[in-house]
Design a protein around this ligand. Sequence first.
Ligand code: FRU
Length: 464
Amino acid sequence: MNDPNGMVFFDGEYHLFYQHNPDDTVHGPMYWGHAVSRDLMHWQHLPVALAPDEHGTIFSGSAVVDWKDTTGFFQGRPGLVAIFTHHRSHPDTKQIEQRQSLAYSADSGRTWTKYAGNPVLTCADEPDFRDPKVFWHHGSGRWIMVLAVRNKVSLYGSDNLKDWSFLSHFSAGSREGVWECPDLFPVRIEGTDEYKWVLEVDINPGAVAGGSGGQYFIGAFDGTEFTAENLEDAPLWLDYGKDHYAGVSWSDVPPEDGRRLWIAWMSNWQYANHTPTHGWRNAMTIPRELTLRPVGDGNYRLVQWPVREVEKIRGAAQTAARKTVTKDTPLQLPGVGQCLDIELQLEWKHVQEVGVRVCKSDAEETLVGYDSDKQELYVDRTHSGLTNFHPQFSGRRSAPLALPKKELSLRILVDHCSVEVFAEDGRLSMTELIFPEEDSGDFEVFVKNGRAQVRNLALHRLQP
Ligand code: FRU
């Protein structure tokens, strides 16, 4: 699998479609795989939803609830419409063609019909023209599509999802790689009832940690154009790890819930086809909630936090409080396993590095730490287990994080082959894959030179 696609909430179910090659564990002719969940934690596989046809294979896209039957597909009732990219090389010219198409389902996504008028949006001279994300814009009373076009996004508008007219372009920030999988949505500012619009877009290659990754812009959307604020701060990176790509948000989460929820693919095109797994390859992040946090001077940052549903699958916890840690006296919790939700608050006066080792044994460890000289948070997977399957996998990735109070708050989700790090209540996130031995299950809080205090530690085992 690769990108999440068509995420939509309908009739009590979260749908997750995804880029899927059912016949191989490497990227190939793409289909939409399908899974559903009622709580974002327990997922049920459903049969493949969309398969290649005469227009090509099925690349990324989105799904919406057509509440008012604007398409006429549903005899006046609400139904699901998927808007996706048909990808093929032209049978005669062999040129790559990427064209937007529709499919619809009147039975909660169990069966799908491709629209007879496909494709609905084409562009003859642009080979990178893909990944439509569609939403209903109340202000202008129409559908808006945000589409990745080489290293920009284009916005289109429609009354019926079938006929689209061009509205505007947007391009800024990092334009080194190809832009993919954009999303545009309002996000609540923490502690207020106010919203700002966020435009998210993935780039490959050229992201902050190397290879694939995402950037975002904060601003306003007037129904036609997106305008970014404070572009002098660009690029703003979504995640400083190597394995967070193609994140897109759920459509139609009920207003009484009100959250902006999203999920991303946990890999990197540098090595996505080479990770050492058998019979399956690649996975999604834990679903995360997005908010905006004011950071002074009229600036905001996007905050990611694991959805609260994670707390419902917590099992037994081990806790510690007010424990001093030095180089010779780390805080050790042996045999806690590899499926963990860790909450940790640290403080120090003088320390060179402080952090945790997860999935640890005598031979293996993955470090999540803070380097106080460099003022950087880091994840180091150099000795995390299998790393030599690709030259760009091993190593240490870092993110700038000034901590003048010498206090750090960390939340870390570990799930056998992934480590998702959230620092400072989600202000910074780092997502990385690891491939440890199954019995590398020790945990430790460490310092390098100096002493730190574990103010609070709660290490929850997560139920499978
Ligand atoms: C991003 C991407 C998309 C494309 C899909 C193909 O990872 O390249 O742009 O639609 O994957 O699988």
